[in-house]
Design a protein around this ligand. Sequence first.
Ligand code: GZL
Length: 306
Amino acid sequence: TLAMAVALGLSATAQAEMLIGFSQIGSESGWRTSETASIKAEAERRGIDLKFSDAQQKQENQIKAVRSFIAQGVDGILLAPVVETGWDQVLKEAKGAGIPVVLIDRGVDADESLYLTKVASDFVQEGALAAAWLAAETNGVCDVVELQGTVGSSAANDRKEGFESVIGNFPSLSIIRSQSGNFTRSGGKEVMESFLKAENGGKSICAVYAHNDDMALGAVQAIKEAGLKPGEDILVVSIDAVPDIFKAMADGDTNATIELNPHLGGPAFDAIKTAKSGREVPKWIKANGPLYLPDTAAEEYKKRSS
Ligand code: GZL
């Protein structure tokens, strides 16, 4: 009956620990989908009622989602900002409604008073680590092609900045071509194909630095189709540490990956609860992962794909 349905509905809401809106970028990469799954599982575990929105990598869809969460009067909002700019207005609206916003995974170019905290790795550090590994591997002599992430994203901007800050110390280690593959396998493959054509079949390319593993895996395909050996003729270094990159490493196709923690839900939900109890929350909650090499790839793959 209607009365029972209402009672059930009320009891369900009453049971929810919190009502949280989550505006996710999309499902462009293996890492992104594992991050989404992890955050949803964490909400479930905590009894949080999570309203999920997939923006298909469009900022206007994210802004619409945040506005609908505000209209629903949620207790908090998780926002994974696809690009760095264009958030001031909607963040001001959330602040005006007294709803804390936690940035997840990527950052924004806005006053930090407009959000509660950012739960994200330090991408500059990731780029620097990738470059340090490559400099050591090649004794600082290498012509690199770069597969950038989504144009305008903090992940792409900062990974590029970090990588360049280190190779600036090596006069013979330079980026000869750089273009966005939008964090996707197909994007990485297409751009790598164009690099190989432009660089007489790839003979003059020493390494590819991909801002994520999915683009690196696309590049591996392109290198093989050009008749070269990825991991040997052209070194491959990337970021995310998704299961498939460990398989590629174990097969000798790639050389190094840097882990990006996808389990960002816990710290985000804790931050909202902390703020609601009137306690301080740091503006940036970060935990960078280590670099992995082929020697442990097979066992890492087994661990992560079981
Ligand atoms: C970085 C994250 C990036 C991943 C990609 O934290 O935003 O977006 O490296 C994903 O796999 O597409």
